[in-house]
Design a protein. Structure first.
Length: 231
């Protein structure tokens, strides 16, 4: 004996509790941010493009230092602090950059390049184009050798392209030098406490309670701010 299907069966009703149990779009976004290791509390920042006169909004990390607030930013700040301590932000002496060591091979190759640079322009001036192309290929090999020898910086091109003229901000010749103040090293190196080993590396700001609450409007007639608190 076969049973006929029930026609017109109403679908199961969705209750408010069922809807609250569903994941919110914010929960999904925070879950994906936590999975990818990025900030989940992005702060919108307004960016203005002076060329197109358009305003757009970009997300900036919240830079929280507490893991319960934002694990990704707290982790980034932790490693930033480790890097600062490793680089000597709390050192008892000013760091001194090591002087670069110039090898004889670097000097010889760069000297040869400078000679070929002059010969290349002389060949272009006398219209010896075949010789100029040979020198150009040789200079390219010397540039590769300089990079392999550990030389950094921009090497001057044989055929410099005309640069766009820009307004210079360099001071004019003949003007007196600007006054310079002597750097006080006691301001850049913290003082040690007690046995001379502890050096503080934490800064904090104190706000006097007599100034009242911050960001309030002063009322000169009543001596109170807009919310009735004494300033």
């Amino acid at each position: 004996m076969s049973t006929a299907p029930i026609i017109g069966l109403a679908p199961q009703r969705e209750t408010a509790a069922d809807r609250r149990a569903m994941p919110d779009i914010t929960d999904i976004a925070e879950h994906m941010a936590d999975k990818e290791g990025v900030c989940a509390r992005v702060v919108p920042m307004r960016a203005f493009d002076p060329n197109t006169s358009r305003t757009s909004y970009v997300g900036a990390p919240c830079k929280a230092t507490v893991a319960t607030t934002c694990p990704a930013c707290a982790k980034a700040n932790k490693y930033l602090r480790i890097t600062q301590l490793r680089e000597g932000w709390c050192a008892d002496h000013e760091p001194v950059d090591a002087e670069p060591v110039v090898t004889q091979a670097q000097a010889d190759v760069l000297g040869t390049r400078a000679t070929l640079f002059t010969e290349y322009h002389e060949a272009r001036r006398t219209e010896e184009h075949e010789l100029a192309e040979s020198i150009k290929a040789l200079v390219a090999d010397l540039d590769t050798e300089l990079r392999e020898l550990g030389v950094r910086g921009r090497l001057p091109a044989l055929d410099e392209k005309p640069r766009r003229k820009t307004k210079s901000t360099r001071r004019r010749d003949g003007l007196p030098d600007l006054p310079r103040l002597k750097v006080d090293k006691t301001l850049t190196i913290g003082q040690a406490y007690a046995d001379g080993k502890h050096r503080p590396s934490t800064f904090f700001t104190l706000t006097l309670d007599s100034f009242g609450r911050i960001n309030q409007v002063w009322d000169p007639t009543g001596g109170k701010d807009g919310k009735g608190a004494m300033v």
